[in-house]
Design a binder for this molecule. Structure first.
Ligand code: HOZ
Length: 434
């Protein structure tokens, strides 16, 4: 495949945009390639600037649950824009959106709209601190909650990909209030509560880790977090920016039967527009200004055009619960195919899956936490990525991200990918034997 146009664009971009991209993972640096520049998308397919066409498994990193350019997202959007695309005043559609979210997610009694997942987690943490009067927080190694200072400590996603899990520019003062526990290890959480009595405001967690690759929670882990936080006067925050409206309409919490105190949302709720939200118990949410002392604001928060696209998506998902079973069935089909290929070729790899979220790790597994994630062979992943790309499959350009399947993918797409995966794994095994 030729990537001439993408290379030319990347060279231009490098002169005016740091690293040539507006978000680091997009630079394809960890797979040693220049990025593919997207030209257009349709359903499960993406066309790049060189007119190469791929089955897309990045799917904008999660928002596109109905695939690219679905008319569902954009229905009535022109009318909404022509009416005025921002006011800095409250609008009826924000109330519709809040009612829809409150109705969908059991633990959310009140919700505030923001513009990104980062804003959602950052604001939820400030609120947890304001509400409890405590300063420290617990996060898990390898979990990523956006790029606010206090959360860029031993985090995942791009920070892991580029080897800066604790970012430069985060002050020691800020980092010291972020305590780091091990995912799927309740003892590590208990130990932190024991050594920091009455100091921990909240535990923030991805109910299904998706930013160190997909790592599902072990049975009892989320229940344990609920119990520990309750017993210690701390809040439990679910970061459902990825899992919200993806693994189920009511989020991962609906599948797990857990009620966090606060939930962070993003991605799908904007239907592809930059939208985030955080919500939860009314007594906590009422601590926000203007009613309470915790300040949080945003000129474009609840933007009417973004709300329209988000609501179009959520309303469709509510009316079409089969989307979730279809996506999960496709993910199961992929998982089965990949596992069979691993067995056939003897490549040391393992597949993690939760609902429609999947990662193929180049390590024998099991992969249950940051430590086991880090045993993955990222060099093998890079070679795998390049071969899959060449054969028309756009996988995430990092070992530490998940594959996203949309409602637009078909069994035929998945079968093509499984066949390409077999070719790629066979190639890797032959290279190893040479
Ligand atoms: N942080 C996102 C992946 N978990 C990547 C966002 C992007 O580059 O668009």
């Amino acid at each position: 495949m030729k990537h001439q146009q993408s290379e030319t664009l990347f060279a231009r971009a490098g002169k005016v945009i740091p690293g040539g991209v507006n978000s680091p993972v997009r630079a394809f640096g960890s797979v040693g390639m220049t990025p593919v520049f997207a030209e257009r998308g349709e359903g499960a397919y993406l066309m790049d600037a060189d007119t190469n066409i791929y089955i897309d498994y990045i799917n904008s990193w999660g928002p596109l649950i109905l695939g690219h350019a679905s008319p569902v997202y954009t229905k009535g959007i022109e009318t909404a824009m022509m009416r005025g695309n921002t006011y800095g005043l409250p609008t009826g559609i924000e109330v519709d959106m809040a009612e829809t979210i409150v109705d969908a997610v059991d633990s959310i009694e009140k919700v505030r709209m923001v513009n990104s997942g980062t804003e959602a987690t950052m604001s939820a943490i400030r609120l947890a601190r304001g509400f409890t009067g405590r300063e420290k927080i617990i996060k898990f190694e390898g979990c990523y909650h956006g790029h606010a200072d206090g959360l860029l400590v031993k985090s995942g996603s791009g920070t892991l990909t580029f080897g800066v899990p604790t970012s430069a520019g985060v002050t020691e003062g800020t980092a010291k209030d972020t305590l780091v526990a091990t995912y799927n290890d309740l003892d590590s959480v208990k130990a932190l509560f024991k050594s920091n009595p009455d100091e921990i405001a909240c535990v923030i967690v991805e109910p299904v880790a998706g930013n160190m690759g997909v790592v599902p929670p072990k049975k009892g882990f989320m229940e344990g977090l609920r119990e520990i936080t309750e017993n210690n006067g701390a809040l439990l925050i679910f970061d459902e920016v990825i899992t919200g409206f993806r693994v189920a309409y009511g989020g991962a919490q609906s599948l797990m039967g857990i009620k966090p105190d606060l939930t962070c949302l993003g991605k799908i709720i904007g239907g592809g527009m930059p939208v985030g939200a955080f919500g939860g118990r009314a007594d906590i949410m009422d601590y926000l200004a203007p009613d309470g002392p915790v300040y949080q604001a945003g000129t474009l928060s609840g933007n009417p055009v973004a709300m329209k696209m988000g609501l179009n998506t959520l309303n469709y998902l509510k009316d079409h619960p089969e989307v979730y079973t279809n996506i999960e069935n496709l993910a199961k089909r992929l998982e089965k195919g990949l596992k069979a290929n691993i067995k056939k070729t003897g490549v040391k790899a393992t597949v993690n899956r939760y609902a429609g979220m999947t990662t193929l790790f180049f390590t024998e597994g099991p992969v249950t936490d940051f430590g086991s994630v880090m045993t993955s062979d990222t060099d093998l992943y890079s070679r795998y990525f390049a071969k899959m790309l060449d054969d028309g499959n756009l996988m995430p350009p990092s070992q530490f991200e998940g594959i996203f399947i949309s409602a637009a993918h078909t069994a035929d797409d998945i079968d093509k990918t499984i066949a390409c995966n077999l070719a790629a794994l066979t190639m890797l095994q032959e290279e190893k034997n040479d």
